[in-house]
Design a binder for this molecule. Sequence first.
Ligand code: GDP
Length: 174
Amino acid sequence: GRGRAEVTVLVLGLDNSGKSTLLHALRPADARAPAPHHAAPTVGQQQEHFTSGGVSFSAWDVSGAPRHRALWERHYRRAHAVIFVVDSADHLRLVVAREELELLLAHPDMFGRRVPLLVFANKHDAPHALAPMQVAAALGLERITDKPWHICASCALSGAGLADGVAWLARQIR
Ligand code: GDP
């Protein structure tokens, strides 16, 4: 292992994909008391942040106004891993999610770096949710060659799938 004191994981995805819910579920129980503050008007601002077991998680909406893009892009450089959250039941916006993912992967601070990418095909419980393989195809994940990637069905509400995904991530970073 590389013996990192702290690992930074960026949690990115469109609004309403379930990032806040997911972070809330990952948060250690003792730190979970107050519900996460949802900063609605400050689009593009850091939404959520917490540290657990030496891993620092930070979540951003990538669907905010373009003028806020630089706010989250400047964190790409220090990211050791990326979690990209997709609403598996939001078929219409899968194409938008793909565009955002492609922008992320093509960014100079990301392209060519071996930053593990974990995709949560979230809301797996929702009616008409696509299977992870379908989400992977819609996002074009098979075209990614510079990063290890993994897709995992999840339900952030119940926590199902989260531990499996994070365990994969931990194995990649270690
Ligand atoms: P964010 O904008 O990406 O932070 O998304 P939120 O975490 O605020 O979630 C948006 C909405 O989706 C909320 O109403 C959540 O309760 C709901 N949600 C999040 N994850 C899931 C899930 O896995 N299944 C279902 N059915 N709803 C979810």
